[in-house]
Design a protein around this ligand. Structure first.
Ligand SMILES: Nc1ncnc2c1ncn2[C@@H]1O[C@H](COP(=O)(O)OP(=O)(O)OP(=O)(O)O)[C@@H](O)[C@H]1O
Ligand SMILES: [Mg+2]
Length: 274
């Protein structure tokens, strides 16, 4: 009897420990529904504050467009989300983890502002540029044929397989944007972070680009896109964030949003005159 009691106590303890582990794992899974969580984030460049106490949640499968005037720190905010800049205060989490503990960078695709206009004289082919986006994971071996296969898939998905052997500098602006989208997609990411991805490209190329993004989103992908294209944001995003004076206001994309944005986009000085 004593023995069985003892074993009951042991096994009950074990069961409790198991339940605790289970709970922790569950919490970890629940937390992973958040792709981005910013809590009280502030940031300054050389002592000049540009972000003040930002709280922001981007959930899995959501499409958030970020609008705001030049210099309102949209690119800075995107870089904070990706750990390229470190907040001066507050905390940034990605897929439920503090950025410094996050390792699964293959889940993320990023197109930086002006990506397609930099290094255009660099003698690299489209295939090489797209392949360079493939990172097998820390400590893992680069498998050439796997990378080639992934790059070919990404080129096909974006509809530019025919450009594979062309030099980047020999392409049009719209074609270059698609190359960078293919580069961002090559790892089959779960979330895309795009900083003004369609600036300077014609209406038809913009439409094609947004169709690809829409497809990615409809298949469950998460998108955070900085843009100045209000119409596109209203058409494609689930939520729209408007940045001004170091702060962000996030709105659901519903019938009244276009009125709110029209008012905010007028600019402060124009609003004073209303
Ligand atoms: N590396 C830097 N050093 C110092 N100040 C910077 C730096 N990068 C940006 N800034 C300043 O921080 C502010 C926010 O810049 P940011 O590039 O994030 O704005 P943005 O909203 O992306 O603008 P845009 O619409 O023009 O791309 C601006 O006032 C800018 O001058
Ligand atoms: Mg910017």
């Amino acid at each position: 009897m004593k023995g069985s009691n003892a074993s009951c106590i042991d096994s009950c303890g074990e069961l409790k420990a198991k339940a605790g582990d289970e709970m922790e794992r569950k919490l970890e899974i629940d937390k992973s529904a958040d792709v981005i969580r910013l809590e009280g984030v502030s940031f300054s460049y050389n002592g000049t504050p540009v972000l003040r106490n930002i709280n922001l949640l981007v959930e899995k499968g959501e499409f958030l467009a970020i609008l705001g005037p030049n210099g309102s720190a949209k690119s800075t905010l995107l870089k904070i989300m990706l750990g390229l800049l470190v907040p001066k205060a507050g905390e940034a989490k990605i897929f439920g983890r503090k950025i410094k503990n996050f390792k699964e960078w293959n889940k993320i695709g990023y197109i930086s502002q002006h990506a397609s206009n930099t290094n255009i004289s660099f003698p690299a082919t489209v295939m090489e540029i797209v392949s360079s986006g493939y990172y097998p994971g820390f400590g893992k071996i680069f498998n050439k044929s796997k990378i080639k296969e992934a790059a070919e898939d990404a080129l096909k998905e974006v509809g530019i397989s025919h450009l594979a052997t062309k030099l980047l500098g020999h392409l049009s602006g719209g074609q270059r944007q698609k190359v960078f989208l293919a580069r961002a997609l090559v790892k089959k990411p779960e979330a895309l972070f795009l900083d003004e991805p369609t600036t300077g490209i014609d209406a038809a190329s913009q439409r094609e680009f947004y169709e690809l993004l829409d497809k990615f989103h409809k298949e469950g992908g998460t998108v955070v896109m900085v843009t100045h294209e209000v119409d596109a944001a209203l058409r494609i995003a689930d939520k729209v964030g408007y940045m001004e004076d170091g702060e962000i206001s996030v709105y659901e994309n519903n019938d009244s949003l276009s009125k709110i944005l029209a008012y905010r986009l007028l600019g402060k000085s124009a609003r004073r005159g209303i």
